[in-house]
Design a protein around this ligand. Structure first.
Ligand code: FMN
Length: 168
């Protein structure tokens, strides 16, 4: 599927609707390494068993929500690409999370926890890297605006992402 020319600036119902909120966690695994090199948007992949099991309640595409990493008590906004990345013709379904914060190092081996709250768009096959980069920038802006709504913002204090001892 090709990307549309125009996009909404805010997405999702006034408050999260089924199947959201979807809470996922896992140890950060290695991606295919294009994230930071080609795109400028580092992503942390959730483990395959999460993308093939708990995550399957989500439709394929780009989602938004909140994330925490390791033992840090800070919760950041995130966008997640869930699917096969048709631009790269991946044969494996991945759940790649981009956290909207600049980190000094990667966090392979650390626990990533996310609460997914809404759907942004399907995944598209881009004819250029620049077009994919432009749409990821838009995804980030759409996620930030969508998360400002109180019914979404309150999940920044979700016990699952905040409390490292909380169980699924
Ligand atoms: C917010 C976001 C949206 C994305 N949307 C698409 C998409 O629509 N189509 C696509 O082929 N890849 C999409 N990607 C995935 C990139 O292709 C992917 O991050 C890149 O292949 C890097 O993966 P790697 O770090 O695992 O190598 C998206 C990535 C992010 C972070």
């Amino acid at each position: 599927m090709k990307p549309p020319a125009t996009r909404p600036s805010i997405v999702g119902a006034p408050s999260p609707e089924s199947p959201y909120p979807v809470r996922l966690r896992g140890t950060v695994t290695h991606g295919f390494k294009r994230g930071s090199r080609d795109l400028g948007f580092p992503t942390a992949n959730l483990p395959d068993d999460v993308s093939n099991n708990e995550a399957t309640v989500l439709q394929i595409g780009v989602h938004y929500g909140w994330a925490s990493v390791g033992r840090s008590a800070t919760v950041w906004p995130m966008v997640m690409s869930y699917g096969w990345n048709p631009t790269y013709k991946n044969t494996k379904k991945t759940a790649e999370v981009h956290i909207m914060n600049v980190f000094e190092s990667d966090f392979y081996g650390e626990e990533l926890r996310i609460v997914v709250l809404g759907f942004i768009r399907p995944e598209y096959e881009y004819s250029s890297l620049d077009a994919l980069i432009a749409d990821i920038k838009t995804d980030i802006e759409v996620a930030q605006r969508s998360l400002e709504r109180p019914a979404y913002h309150r999940f920044i204090e979700d016990p699952f992402v905040l409390d490292k001892s909380a169980q699924l």
